[in-house]
Design a protein around this ligand. Structure first.
Ligand code: SF4
Length: 287
């Protein structure tokens, strides 16, 4: 008998659950709601909410809207978005995750605080990612974004540094960047760093590694755009090379199912539980 199991620890984080609940509440009242960007990096969940009346728009479309309700997703937005909403009489349903909101405030405080020091505000994150744009926006675009340790080398070590992290980045890489800066910063300036990585993500790494290592075959379910999905999949692969990234049951290769005594299904913080259950049923029906 082949064992098939869904990882209990996979699925939406509380930030995403809250955003989706808010969207569903509004849709139940009004039937239509705009959402700035994909509510979650999972096309299947976006599709489900679209059928309920959620209309996903980009920033260009947002600029031209007036007198409507727009939901801001968990990633958060830069101050400019709120300014546009005020000008265009847009009611904001703010689903920015409290963890992201706290980080935005911290960065803004650092940036606006009076100081004699010439500081570089550095964000370890993915260039162009919605959350990072929201963070950089707190510094009127002045913050420096570094994506990996390699890029920390371009910093000016004769100036003070304040280092923050996008909530979904790797804790390990963050620590390497901290060590590198400590080693290279001039003794005449200051370096402060804030580990702002969300534990909803960081804590999943040891758990998912354990889960992936305990099965012969892993199907990692996630939208291809999810950065958290990429990180967690990489972790699965590092302990179990027989791990496969899929975003729907159609992508399951039947040949893989042969010879596996135990199959694990897991996913990202943006993967809905119902989708993992769908994959579970699809696998069961093919065994
Ligand atoms: S991963 Fe963490 S910070 Fe990001 S939305 Fe989820 S709970 Fe919030």
């Amino acid at each position: 008998m082949i064992k098939v199991e869904i990882d209990e620890g996979s699925g939406f984080c509380f930030g995403v659950v809250t955003a989706i609940n808010k969207a569903e509440e509004e849709l139940a009242k009004d039937g239509t709601l705009y959402c700035l960007g994909d509510i979650v990096h999972n096309s299947r969940e976006v599709e489900r909410l679209k059928e309920m009346g959620l209309i996903t728009i980009n920033h260009d479309e947002f600029n031209h809207l007036h007198d409507v309700k727009v939901l801001l997703r968990a990633h958060g937005e830069p101050p400019e978005t709120y300014d546009i909403a005020r000008r265009n009489n847009i009611e904001i349903i703010d689903a920015t995750c409290p963890v992201v909101l706290r980080l935005q405030k911290k960065i803004k405080q650092e940036y606006t605080q009076e100081s004699n020091e010439d500081k570089q505000i550095v964000i370890y994150g993915k260039n162009g990612h919605a959350e990072v744009l929201g963070l950089v926006g707190q510094t009127t675009g002045k913050a420096i974004v570094i994506e990996k340790l390699e890029e920390a080398k371009k910093l000016d070590f004769s100036k003070s540094i304040r280092l923050y992290s996008q909530t979904t980045k790797s804790l390990e890489e963050f620590q390497k960047i901290v060590e590198y800066i400590k080693e290279h910063i001039s003794p005449n300036v200051t370096f402060e760093y804030y580990d702002t990585i969300c534990r909803q993500v960081a804590n999943r790494i040891p758990n998912i590694r354990k889960f992936a290592a305990s099965h012969d075959l892993i199907f990692f379910v996630s939208g291809k755009k999810s950065s958290n999905g990429k990180i967690l999949f990489h972790e699965c692969q590092s302990v179990n090379p027989n791990s496969h990234f899929i975003d729907s049951a159609e992508e399951i290769d039947n040949n893989l199912l042969m010879g596996a005594a135990s199959i694990g299904i897991c996913g990202a913080t943006s993967t809905p539980k119902w989708l993992m259950e769908e994959i579970f049923k699809a696998i069961k029906s093919r065994l």
